[in-house]
Design a protein. Structure first.
Length: 296
């Protein structure tokens, strides 16, 4: 396992300086470090202080995180109405995880009147952005209403659509989120929870039979999430090694020769982010993480 303590200390100094100058993004990020205990002693109250400063400047991630703190009663007294208030502000700015959270609040009647139409509206907005959990929740609502099985969302996605999604993730134009890919593969029996290997903060799964993307066969998939919320929702997908991996990531491992992998990445406009494969010493891993996201 790599020692990232020095990197976190540097990041903490840099973000704190910007946060104290009033930079909303820095305030939000600093709040996340305190909330997760990354580079500092975990302190929910201090996290909430920075989330609030960011949120009051209209920063959507800060608004979301403040709302989630109220929802869970971490760093503040639990208050569902305050949770709904701040999550709504972030959802109205288009943040998919906030749309998911707001839809869930309407579905359960927490902090807002129970309203399944409003729940479906916000879940649909999140699902249309590719939020896998929102897609699942929306499918459950449809299933409950129509008597269909809860696998409806998986049935809507074809393998070709999935491969296009996976390719976009690897092209690293936006923050990676491996959740949709892992759910898709799990629902089709292509990965299994019992095969999971935790490697340096990432969860890795062999892909049964492999999966081919534009002529290149991949044998396994790894992913990580930095949000404790998502780790809590999907404990069988994600884990976090102590003091490790404050980033989202998705990666695929292949046994193809390096020259073929390089040609494939060039053809598909994928950044030159190649690593030795964790699971196969002779293989190569194509990876996108939060730190490698390219400007859109």
């Amino acid at each position: 396992m790599r020692d990232n303590a020095g990197d976190y200390a540097t990041a903490l100094r840099e973000w704190r300086g910007l946060a104290e100058q009033g930079d909303a993004w820095a305030q939000s990020f600093l709040g996340s470090m305190y909330y997760e205990g990354i580079g500092v002693t975990q302190d929910y109250a201090e996290a909430v202080r920075w989330f609030r400063l960011a949120a009051e400047q209209g920063n959507a991630p800060g608004q979301h995180d403040l709302g989630m703190a109220y929802l869970k009663g971490q760093g503040v007294s639990q208050d569902f109405e305050e949770a709904a208030k701040w999550v709504r502000l972030a959802a109205e700015q288009g943040l998919d995880k906030s749309q998911l959270a707001l839809g869930s609040l309407y579905k359960k009647g927490l902090g807002v009147p129970q309203d399944h139409q409003e729940a479906a509206k916000w879940l649909r907005l999140a699902a249309e952005q590719g939020n896998a959990l929102a897609q699942t929740e929306l499918a459950k609502m449809r299933s409950s209403a129509s008597g269909q099985e809860e696998q409806a969302s998986a049935e809507e996605s074809t393998m070709s659509q999935f491969k296009e999604h996976l390719m976009r993730q690897l092209q690293c134009h936006s923050e990676p989120d491996p959740t949709h890919a892992l759910i898709f593969l799990l629902q089709r029996g292509l990965i299994r929870f019992e095969d999971r290997l935790g490697i340096d903060g990432e969860s890795c799964f062999p892909i049964v039979g492999g999966i081919e993307l534009d002529g290149l066969k991949f044998e396994n998939i790894c992913g990580s999430m930095r949000e404790s919320f998502m780790i809590g929702v999907y404990p069988d997908f994600y884990w976090r090694a102590p003091g490790c991996c404050a980033s989202n990531s998705i990666s695929l491992g292949t046994l193809a020769p390096a020259w073929k992998v390089n040609k494939w990445t060039s053809r598909n406009r994928i950044p030159d982010l190649l690593f030795p494969d964790y699971l196969n010493p002779d293989g190569t891993r194509v990876r996108c993480s939060s730190f490698g996201v390219r400007d859109q």
